[in-house]
Design a protein around this ligand. Sequence first.
Ligand code: OGA
Ligand code: NI
Length: 320
Amino acid sequence: MEQTIKFPVVNLSKLNGEERDQTMALINDACENWGFFEIVNHGLPHDLMDNVEKMTKEHYKKSMEQKFNDMLRSKGLEKLETEVEDVDWESTFYLRHLPQSNLYDIPDMSDEYRTAMKDFGKRLENLAEDLLDLLCENLGLENGYLKKVFHGTKGPTFGTKVSNYPPCPGPEMIKGLRAHTDAGGIILLFQDDKVSGLQLLKDGDWIDVPPLNHSIVINLGDQLEVITNGKYKSVMHRVVTQKEGNRMSIASFYNPGSDAEISPASSLASKETEYPSFVFDDYMKLYAGVKFQPKEPRFEAMKNATAVTELNPAASVETF
Ligand code: OGA
Ligand code: NI
């Protein structure tokens, strides 16, 4: 299908000029109607981004490709004669930045790669916090409100998922990453500038999130939907596989701290509020088992502990 609707691209440098109001309105519209937008002129140095991309691709070749191929063999996925619905065609590793960095525990990273990812992570953390304040402004919440909610007693959780989606002989048989909404707060994605694959669900259609050199894709997680009482939405997205090309993506998740208390902001809540209040970690325990299912039953289940156990018996939320 031809893509007729235009994916929102926000030029952040316009926030410092005459077009500030239109730019803020564009961000607000994207948060309400897309759950996604792409930013350019975000302040991240392009040479750092190029370096991170290059080293991520080298790291995959050197340290991940063999493991990925072994995984395919062990799961019998080389042939792909039937549809596979319980595995993702992706190779990943995780870096945690906050509350404590694990950057120096990851094996097989060159010093140069580690240093670049540290710098990249710090800049994305600052960018995430700036974006949260733009959201606060649009939502009529006091400056710093979201950051404060996410802080809990230990500060936010911030981590990076480094992924490669290798070429796939049967793209119709398996997804790179199955459809899901993200559980957390705000997600900043640096994706391959050539190989596409990310799609979001809008009004029943899967829409491509187009590669755009040196841009960062932003999307909102379930927690922002709860805090905004549904004014903003977390939106289903997936990665499709491609016959040609290895797609790189680096997704950084700025999430609440484990003991942060999440609930609709009082100025946005209404009598008919449909969203629950909970401790973030309890939501994550539930999410772990039902990530690839719709979010609505999760929100529903968080209103009552028995329902949580029914949806995901492993979650066992404690209530006192
Ligand atoms: C995710 C995700 C998209 C991508 O990891 O939650 O949606 O392009 N990733 O890797
Ligand atoms: Ni996601």
